[in-house]
Design a protein around this ligand. Sequence first.
Ligand code: AHG
Ligand code: MN
Ligand code: MN
Length: 345
Amino acid sequence: MNRIITLDEFIIHRQKDFPYASGELTGLLRDIGVAAKIVNREVNKAGLVNILGVHGSENASGETVQKLDMYANDKLIDCLKNSGECCGIASEENDDFIEIPTVESKNAKYVVVFDPLDGSSNIDVNVSVGTIFGIYRRISDEKGPCKLEDFLQKGTELVAAGYVIYGTSTILVYSTGRGVNGFTLDPSIGEFCLSHRDIEIPDRGGYYSVNQGYYLKFDVEMRRYIDYCSDLNLRLRYIGSMVSDVHRILFQGGIFLYPNTRKYPQGKLRLLYECNPLSFIVEQAGGLAINCQLNRILDMEPKELHERTTIVIGSPKMVEEMKNFVERYTLPSYTTSNGVGEKTP
Ligand code: AHG
Ligand code: MN
Ligand code: MN
């Protein structure tokens, strides 16, 4: 039988890969692992203790917040505050970032961004939800409080990113920029154990994932691309929890898209809390992530904490193909005899 490698063991072992590492990042990742176990416990017993349901308030993006979102948010904030390893936190559920006073954070070098519970509309119906996080090294002076600029860094500056899915089993996937590894929670010993080493996304896959219900609200080139996926007999899978949809694609190959719609002209998903961390993971596993302007997600310069973006993410050959498809489709329009411009498909 193979020896079990726990998340803590693995993180400490990997610290040696970073010659100047002081242990702070290691500590942070461990704390996120602890928070994930606490959230997992609540997600699992949610149906029993009436913690489900709409909390009544709205989050910073104007969406209804459910109780478990708030619980996960509070737990992550508590664990990160207590760790003293980060100087600031930005969460999808808070309007502004939270500064952690220097005394508690010992002049810590890192800030953490997260979506405490992604896919919260699925909670009431027992479908997978997850936590997504990213870690940046601060760029402001370490002696003072953290600043907005520490959070508004491009995804290329991520030091680490990961996610946890509370699903049929609970899995934590993370990367510090040297490949991607997955750990499954063994409830009998309460430990995340290495279960998926050096994850590589397949070049192609049989799935496409998009909210096809919005088909008529997408731009014409996106509609044609979706028709193309359907023509190829790709299977449509859409959970409505980005972290779970992207997780499927990471393991089985495929493409996930959340384009602009009339309701969300910039796209719905958040650059800092959802798109950057998942793009970092997918790229680390050999995949690609771009927006509908066909620019790399990780190169986007965030302007505000709750910025949204469109996203196309997944298997490298499929994202490339989508890019080529859209580029071809949006070639400069030519003018027909009746004077109406048309696009060449
Ligand atoms: P959250 O629960 O953190 O607000 O995120 C929900 C997001 C994302 O997980 C999912 O892919 C998307 O919303 C689903 O949106 P639609 O219902 O518009 O498809
Ligand atoms: Mn989310
Ligand atoms: Mn959320």
